[in-house]
Design a protein around this ligand. Structure first.
Ligand SMILES: *Cc1c(COP(=O)(O)O)cnc(C)c1O
Length: 472
């Protein structure tokens, strides 16, 4: 505690609110944040300064110091919470980082839909009411071979709506090998309960036979359900009933077959040297009556859930009042239409669709990028941090080809000082104005460059990094 006289003098030396508001540093604060917010922040900063003076630790700040503190607080608070980041995790469709990046065509369409009135449910021909599904129905049917199509908020909603419409108060028969958990609270048995359908499990975890389905079918059967085991593989002594054979069993019994493809893809990934993920067209050709898949997984569009299949079943789904609660908005609908249109030109798809472009980047291309970026990162991080270009493996993510990895290249960043230093480095990179998110692997922070398309932007982001910034 300072002497009372010294303390009184120090407190008197504090600037007044007016003095702070009229100093030079206050001008950008007033411009950027407005008078009331800035004045409030100045008062808070002065209170903090007064408390610090009372403890005797700090000399009274100048008006400019206080204005600067108020401005920093307001600038930090003005940052959006949902922020762009560099996804250098190596997972291309990273659910926690927002899955697919949209094509420029989709971004432009979404912006136009935000700025102007649009024909969301308006038929320009008749001048009367239109259907929001109409904007993508024909495209979806043409791309998949399905009779009809509708769409909802996401694939989880699509599954819920299909089960509730077609199997409420009746049995849904599914193999024990396909009772998936997607993550979060999405577990097939739980979603079935919420949809009001009775889950009837058949077969075992590793083997399910046609006779298992046949034995379970009865008067109370509503649906046969096939779930694509999108995020795991059962290997070894296994047997599942192929969609085509299950469709035959369903037809025989006069019960619809529902196939939840999860990611689904509209193009054959094998064509791009990736593994084969069942295409939506194949699922239609294999005879499923109703099929669901996601908009923001391999398809590379915004979040959405597609439901395609038999006309009578789609009509029943559209009559379900839940459909209204699960519908998509105009912004995503615009982006979806634009994304689907890109599929009409398969030759340029890998160049225009960011998801596919990233999945198909060659390891050589990525290696060259690593060698270009390493010196700049090394210079930024300073001595005591090794930055080494090295091969790594990326994954697709979001439950598609779960066991497939892609040969990639990245930067392994390893600070002296072990685990604590490594955590501090990862944290410093996450604290950048555009955060850099890598993954920790074998004692190094690995920055997989597969999803880094804008190298100058990355180098600019590193500018904010102080040498040894945040490192212990
Ligand atoms: C991802 C997935 C879902 C859920 O899809 P969202 O688009 O995330 O709602 C449902 N079923 C399967 C098989 C999936 O892979």
């Amino acid at each position: 505690m300072p002497e009372p006289q010294v303390l009184r003098a120090a407190l008197r030396a504090l600037p007044s609110v007016d003095q702070v508001l009229t100093c030079d540093t206050a001008r950008p604060g007033l411009d950027r944040h407005g008078r009331s917010l800035f004045t409030e922040a100045v008062r808070t900063a002065l209170d903090a300064a007064r408390a610090a003076v009372r403890t005797g630790h700090d000399a009274p700040p100048t008006a400019d110091d206080v204005a600067h503190a108020a401005l920093s607080t307001l600038d930090a608070a003005a940052q959006p919470s949902l922020r762009p980041v560099f996804n250098l995790t190596g997972t291309v469709l990273h659910t926690n980082l927002g899955r697919a990046i949209l094509a420029e065509e989709a971004v432009a369409a979404a912006i136009a839909a935000m700025r102007e009135a649009v024909t969301l449910e308006f038929d320009l021909g008749s001048g009367g009411r239109g259907e929001r599904d109409d904007h993508v129905r024909d495209l979806l049917c043409a791309l998949t071979g399905a009779e009809d199509a509708t769409l909802v908020n996401n694939n989880a909603a699509a599954v819920l709506l299909v089960l509730n419409t077609l199997a409420q108060d009746r049995d849904s028969i599914v193999s024990r090998g396909e009772l998936i958990e997607i993550g979060g609270a999405f577990r097939m048995p739980d979603i079935m309960a919420r949809a009001g359908t009775r889950l009837v499990e058949v077969g075992t975890t590793n083997r399910t036979h046609p006779k298992d389905y046949r034995a379970a079918i009865g008067p109370s059967t509503g649906l046969l359900v096939k779930v694509h085991t999108s995020n795991y593989r059962i290997e070894g002594f296994t047997k599942e009933v192929a969609p085509r054979d299950l469709a035959a069993i369903a037809r025989e019994a006069g019960v619809p077959l529902f196939n939840d493809l999860g990611s689904g893809t509209l193009c054959d990934l094998a064509r791009y040297g990736l593994g084969h993920e069942p295409t939506v067209r194949e699922a239609v050709a294999d005879g499923a009556d109703i099929i669901t898949f996601s908009g923001d997984k391999l398809l590379g569009g915004p979040q959405a859930g597609f439901i395609i299949g038999r006309k009578d079943l789609i009509a029943a789904i559209n009559r379900n009042p839940m459909k209204r609660a699960l519908r998509v908005d105009k912004i995503r609908l615009a982006a979806l239409e634009a994304t689907l249109k890109l599929y009409r030109d398969p030759d340029r798809l890998a160049a225009r669709l960011p998801t596919l472009r990233r999945l198909t980047r060659s390891a050589e291309d990525l290696e060259a990028s690593a060698h270009r970026l390493a010196p700049a990162l090394r210079a930024k991080l300073g001595p005591g941090v090794a930055v080494v270009p090295r091969p790594c493996r990326s994954q697709i993510g979001s439950g598609a080809l779960p066991t497939a990895t892609l040969a990639s290249y990245g930067l392994a960043v390893r600070p002296d000082g072990g685990g604590r230093a490594l955590d501090a480095l990862a944290k410093a990179l996450r604290a950048l104005p555009v955060p850099v998110i890598g993954r920790i692997e074998e004692g190094a922070l690995v920055l997989d460059l597969r999803c880094l398309e804008d190298e100058p932007a990355f180098l600019a982001a590193l500018e904010a990094l102080e040498p040894r910034h945040g490192l212990v």
